[in-house]
Design a protein around this ligand. Sequence first.
Ligand code: 13P
Length: 336
Amino acid sequence: MSELNKIALKIISNGKGILAADESNETMTKRLEAVNVPSTPENRLLFRETILSSESMKECIGGVILYDETIKQTTNFGKSIPDVIFSSGALPGIKVDTGAKNLANSSEEKITEGLDGLRERLKKYYKLGARFTKWRGVYCISDKYPSKLAIHSNAHALARYSALVQENNMVPIVEPEVLMDGDHTADHCLKKTSEVIKKCFDELILHKVDLSGIILKPNMILDGSSSEYKISGEEVSRKTIQCLQNSVPSEVPGIAFLSGGQSEIEATENLNLINKNNTTNFIMTYSYGRALQQSALKTWSKNNKDIKKTQIIFNHRVKMCSLAAKGKWSNELENK
Ligand code: 13P
């Protein structure tokens, strides 16, 4: 077993998943302003240190993805953020892309940037404690999108990123996200997501990336968010498994889904069904941002001094996702 494979398995095994707390300052500002909290470095730190010191971190979270600002912060109780994560038994990770920009010659689509100077940045992040990384390629979907150009160029960037990350002894999370926005059908999402993931693996293989030392972070197969149809959770799970079975090489140890705008309950229920119906050897778990933090953020915004209350909400959400990662979640447990 390679060292990278061991790290990947440590992050995602036994019902553990990933907390995606790597919102850029711009995105975090949107999240905080939506609950009437000013977005200052102090407030961003206060919310994050509150959830990162929750009890459920020990049992349910194998890795936390951080943003550049957060990995360098020291908590109000004197520990660095990476040390808080290490002391819960999880590993710190870091978002290393610098965001999605308009793609030349297909300007409605995006290409993720951040390769320039990446090797040097990775060395600095390793010293700060990072043991895994994230890069998100983002694809819009419609009759004509994602184009071959967007599929190819984002896969190429994801592969160059992954090779550099492994060179620096960290596990790359490979995140190709086909967005939920639009009125497309789940079958169209299935077709396009399969194309996107297959192209990513073509490029990863070309760039000699060790597939046993990565974690894939895809979207689930869903109807577009403005579609009038809504397939059932059972169908979501079957189509998602079908997609991954046909497009992911068997060396990949595991898959950690993004929530992508699903509600907390939807993201939990769908993951639970995916695990109940899983016919593959892949570990299937969560790497949620909004679907782990939304309720906790709302509670925290009402009284940020009541740390316990925010942690109770966060603990419940994380425990429900961890049960779903084992196919053991139920509505009764959710509402207990
Ligand atoms: P969501 O779960 O909120 O989609 O965030 C996951 C993530 O890391 C997006 O890049």
